[in-house]
Design a protein around this ligand. Sequence first.
Ligand code: ADQ
Length: 484
Amino acid sequence: MSRLIVVSNRVNPPTGKGEESVGGLAMALAAALREYSGIWFGWSGKTTTEFTGQLNMQKADGVTVATVDLEEGDYQEYYNGYANKTLWPLFHYRVDLTAYDRSFGEGYDRVNKRFAETLLPLIEPDDMIWVHDYHLIPMARELRRLGVTNRIGFFLHIPWPAHQLVVTLPRHRPLVEAMFHYDLIGFQTEESVQAFEGYVFNEVGGERTEDGRLTAFGLSTQAGAFPIGIDAEDFARIKDSFRASRVYDRLMAHSVFRKMIVGVDRLDYSKGLEERLIGFERFLHDNEDARREVMLLQIAPVSRDEVEAYQDLRARLDGLIGRINGEYADMDYNPIRYLNRSYRRDELAGVYRASKAALVTPLRDGMNLVAKEYVASQTPDDPGVLILSRFAGAARQLKEALIINPNSPEEISDALTRALSMDLADRKRRWEALMDNVTRHDVTAWRDDFVAALREPAHTSTKEALPKAANATPALTVRAGGRG
Ligand code: ADQ
């Protein structure tokens, strides 16, 4: 059986102890790597004054992990720069926050080349390579330049934006061309697949072949939707664990005669945190009875705090929360409890279980795993209500949630009123359908679907390697399997 090599910007394998602190995605990838006796390759998270390309190999809980340090300039231009100041805002429809700095693009290409060169000696002829996310779009092109003919897949965790947005990027063409060096490109939703195809057909005159492949730039690839899931079974189990129950009991004791709503997000402008707070403020304004009775617990660990847009957001949130609490708090009541820290997965499960409703209000989100985690942590005989933005990829699957437009404070306020007064039969009916979806489309199904599609018709491939001098791009026919 071929091995699997997973490539992602950061490598975060389980340690074998205290796994509740490791994310579900990391657990699922680690399980796949154990099954396929593979390697997980990426950045160590450390920087040095000069790039050495020195590989650091470790075995962590049955998974071989290979990491490399970056130099400070790489970190600033590739990670803080092109990844987090260019692609992240643009792909989340925030052209106003997008930096179009040429040095960022150069740093991005340089790091992808360095990653490819460092990984090269580890690749064996039969290995499948699975590259993750927007940090590493050019990775396959760089590997092909080095002569790698293995099957290479790519999964984009964030949305692919509309054509009109992509073309605001000065070097959009080489970026999209680089994607055609993958055998398989996975997106979170059909909407992203269609947006990608829209670019390919309308901007570069690409076409779809009879068997569903996309051709452009003299290359061909396969694109499909592979909506990511969570380890639903594990969440349903840990919600009753000792730690989850302790958190649950503490929260219940604190909210006697009160109803708690929860929000859990990285502190990021794509998550609609301000819109959520303004919606909650509207709810308090419109419902005198609810004041003193309903509180919002917002957990938002600080993220990417070296980037100015994140510092600005944090300052605005501090001001907004101060204003709302100042207006509506009483001596023994605070409408918003705001925590900038991380919690273990089992603790989060306890928080979700204790909350009558979850507010998940991103303005754009590839999927949103919090929405699924909330569903999986509910008690079947008294489940809470999920309020979900239509702009989260998860809204395509979780149709029995209360779907809202986060730009409307009234819609948020109305959904809260509805959620908090919903009768048990309605809550149960919705939750059962949601839980069924979250369980069926879990992270293992996602991973297995993607790997099966990547593995598929290797024998029909007529793939060649790119010449080492990369100026001339030969016609390359790549056949990939997978769902169209
Ligand atoms: P994120 O933007 O990080 O992921 P999300 O899908 O919600 O967004 O995942 C966040 C994860 O972090 C969840 O598992 C959540 O439990 C965890 N988390 C959040 N706050 C936490 C806290 N205070 N303590 C501990 N854990 C916390 C990107 C894309 C998403 C896509 C995922 C997976 O932006 O759209 O769903 O990748 O593909």
